[in-house]
Design a protein around this ligand. Structure first.
Ligand SMILES: [Mn+2]
Length: 336
C-alpha cells in the first residue's frame, strides 16, 4: 500500500535531528508498538530519538523491545519536558487530538518544532505540520509498517517486526475485527519473515493474567446485564471490587469484549469506577453498524472508532447505569 505523504515526510528527515515520539495517554499495544518501531527506524536513519509517554503502561506491555528507554511524563516530568523542549521534530502517534496526551499537551503546544501526526482515528485535529491520517487502516502499527516498507523494507529487523506485530494484533482483536484486511495479513506475514515471534507475543499479551486479574474478571462478569429486547449488555466494577482484587493498571483491559461473546449482542459496555478521580470510565464495543463512537460522543463525552470507543461519566455508578440504559433505549432503532 502506497502512503501519499511519504515524500513530504522524508523531507522533514533529511538531516540528523533530535526527535521526540509521543503515544497517547494510557498507551495500548498499538500506541507503544508504533512509537517503539518508529523510534527504532528513525534511530537506524541516524536520528537521536526518545519516546515520551504521558504516563505508565500495563505490565503486559513491559517486555516490548525498546520499552526500557521510554520516558514517562508522570514519573520524570522535568526530563520529559526537556526532551520535548529540545526536540527539533515531534511525532505524535496513535491519536489525533492533543487532549489525548493530558498534561504533556502544554509542552507540545509550546514547542516550535514541526509536528507530524501518524494516526488512524477519525476526524484529526489540525495541530500538525504534516498529518498522516488513515482512518480506514486498523492500527497505527499497520500504517507505520507501510511507511517503513515503502521507504526501506530492509530496515525491518526483529525488534521493529515484534513491535509492529504486537500493535496490529492488539488493535484488530487478534485479526478478527472488520478492519482486518488481506493487506493486514500480508503485512503480518512479512513481519513474521522479519522475525516477529508470534507465539511469544500472543502469550505475553494474552496469557499473562495474574490470579487477582482473573478474580476481577469474574466479579465484572457477575454484573453482566442484558437489556430487554435490545441486543446490548453492560457490566461494571466498583472501586471496592477493584481494591479487593489489588487492581493494577491495565487489569480491566479487554473485559468489555466478553459482553460481545454473547450470541447476537451488538453493543457491550463496561463501567469502571475511579473514586479518586470521582468518575466512571466507560468503554464501548460494538459489532456491525452500531456506531459506538457516536454513541459515546453523544451521551458520555467520548469518542473513538465505530466498533470501539471510550467515554466518561461524572455521576456515580448507579446513576451512570441508569443513564446508560436510557441512552441505549433512546437509540434502540440504531441496532440492526
Ligand atoms: Mn490504535
Amino acid at each position: 500500500m502506497e502512503i501519499q505523504q511519504l515524500k513530504s515526510l522524508q523531507t522533514f528527515l533529511e538531516n540528523p535531528l533530535q526527535i521526540a515520539v509521543i503515544p497517547h495517554q494510557n498507551p495500548d499495544g498499538d500506541a507503544l508498538g508504533s512509537c517503539l518501531a518508529w523510534a527504532a527506524f528513525l534511530t537506524q536513519k541516524g536520528h537521536t530519538v526518545s519516546v515520551v509517554s504521558p504516563n505508565d503502561y500495563p505490565d503486559f506491555l513491559n517486555w516490548m523491545p525498546g520499552q526500557e528507554n521510554i520516558i514517562r511524563h508522570t514519573e520524570t516530568t522535568e526530563k520529559a519536558e526537556t526532551i520535548i523542549k529540545e526536540a527539533n521534530l515531534i511525532f505524535t502517534l496513535d491519536f489525533n487530538d492533543l487532549v489525548r496526551i493530558d498534561e504533556l499537551a502544554t509542552a507540545v503546544a509550546e514547542s516550535t518544532a514541526p509536528k507530524i501526526m501518524i494516526d488512524h482515528h477519525q476526524n484529526p485535529k489540525n495541530y500538525a505540520d504534516l498529518t498522516i491520517s488513515y482512518p480506514n487502516i486498523g492500527s497505527t502499527c499497520e500504517l507505520v509498517y507501510h511507511l517503513i516498507n515503502n521507504w526501506q523494507p530492509t530496515a525491518i529487523d526483529s525488534a521493529i517486526a515484534t513491535c509492529l506485530y504486537t500493535g496490529i494484533m492488539t488493535d484488530t482483536g487478534s485479526f478478527r475485527f472488520p478492519t482486518t484486511t488481506a493487506t493486514t495479513h500480508r503485512a503480518i506475514a512479512h513481519l513474521m519473515d522479519c522475525g516477529a515471534p508470534h507465539s511469544n507475543i500472543h502469550q505475553n499479551i494474552h496469557d499473562s493474567y495474574t490470579f487477582d486479574r482473573v478474580r476481577l474478571l469474574g466479579m465484572g462478569l457477575t454484573h453482566l446485564t442484558q437489556l430487554d429486547d435490545i441486543p446490548a449488555v453492560y457490566l461494571s466494577l466498583s472501586q471496592e471490587e477493584l481494591n479487593n482484587c489489588n487492581y493494577q493498571k491495565g487489569d480491566t483491559e479487554g473485559f468489555v469484549n466478553y459482553g460481545l461473546r454473547l450470541k447476537g449482542i451488538q453493543l457491550a459496555v463496561i463501567m469502571i469506577e475511579n473514586q479518586k478521580e470521582g468518575k466512571i470510565k466507560m468503554s464501548f464495543r460494538s459489532k456491525g453498524s452500531f456506531p459506538a463512537h457516536t454513541f459515546a460522543e453523544t451521551f458520555f463525552k467520548g469518542g473513538g472508532h465505530k466498533n470501539a470507543a471510550g467515554g466518561v461519566s461524572w455521576d456515580n455508578l448507579e446513576e451512570t447505569k441508569d443513564r446508560l440504559v436510557s441512552a441505549i433505549q433512546h437509540w434502540k432503532d440504531r441496532f440492526e
